[in-house]
Design a protein around this ligand. Sequence first.
Ligand SMILES: [Zn+2]
Length: 394
Amino acid sequence: MELYPDISLKTSAPALGTRCWIFPQPPFILGYEQPDRVLLSILPDEIGDGPSDILMYVADPLFDKEPYGFSGLPPYRGPQRRSVRSGPDRHFDSLDPRSRDYLGVHAYACIHFVLDVWRNYLARPMHWFFSDLYPRLEIVPFVRWNNAHAGFGFIELGCSETGGEQSPYALNFDTIAHEIGHLITLSQTGLPGNLSRDADFFPFSEAISDSISLISFLHFDSAIDRLLRRTKGNLLLYNELNRFAETSPETQIRLATNFRRMSEVTSEAHDRSLPLLGAIFDTIVELYHRELVASGCADRRLLSVNLRDLTQDEFDWFRQTTAEAFRDRPLFFKLALIKARDSVGGAIGAALHRLDPDTMRLGDAALAIISAADLQAAAQLEENFVWREIIGSR
Ligand SMILES: [Zn+2]
């Protein structure tokens, strides 16, 4: 007996988007072994073999290729693997997401997913900064190289090696979202032309790309569910989050929970990006606290104590009451996190185009993000940027 026949192969359903598989975290991470089925906003009719479309295409070299930057620029003209075709229903979720063929589809799907998210937040339409020369982004899903980068007309993904195991970055949503974060940032700020000596564009760009990646990750319903269930809603507790984050399987959360201030970092771009990233992440957590208090899921005292210096007793009390509230009303926790995520995402998205990449300092970025935020988020952002020594108190 077949209770519900699969009608998707028989009739063409109204065009809502294109189905693909995405692993919200690499499949070797505990708890993330199964991919999510996502609906990209691009329609099946708009996607050709490869996959390819008006914005991007996959070029999967048949033989090892030197990464761009070391040799040449797109388009890739060498021999390529057979281009991947969609399934009989024109979607991509009938293909095996663990197959070698799927690497390119996965990277393609992740890029569309991130663009779909950020289209909502950006103040200006997103155009590739290289579109005068290259109308489309080339996606190279696999090169033998322990790195990933995006540049003039391309994103290229290598693989990491741990314990003799190869893990392609094409299956790593965080990495792809970070690289696309750079392209999104440049689409709004424009390309630096004449960087002044003390401009902070590179650390700024690293912090924003990590934020873009983290906020995009929080758009997987399954990821929010896993995060909240594992912590029993306890993003609520700064200390707990920090303890949790040290061993967190979600890479971007591990990076974002840091306590560095500007006086404690070096001039190296990744290091110098940490206070800005940390302040952005802290703001998401604190806005989440406010929402929980407003919906009666957390005690008001949570907003007045200094979470950085909780005693063990206070900490245990908060943990227990939050866990109880989460057990009773998990939906409120999810809504709180979504609201906090969108306030901060919206502020970043609306601020980017106001910055001059040649002269901007991290303080300018902080002020632009504050002035693009809603009132509550602005106050929280300002407090965190001050604590991080990115701006002075006003
Ligand atoms: Zn980067």
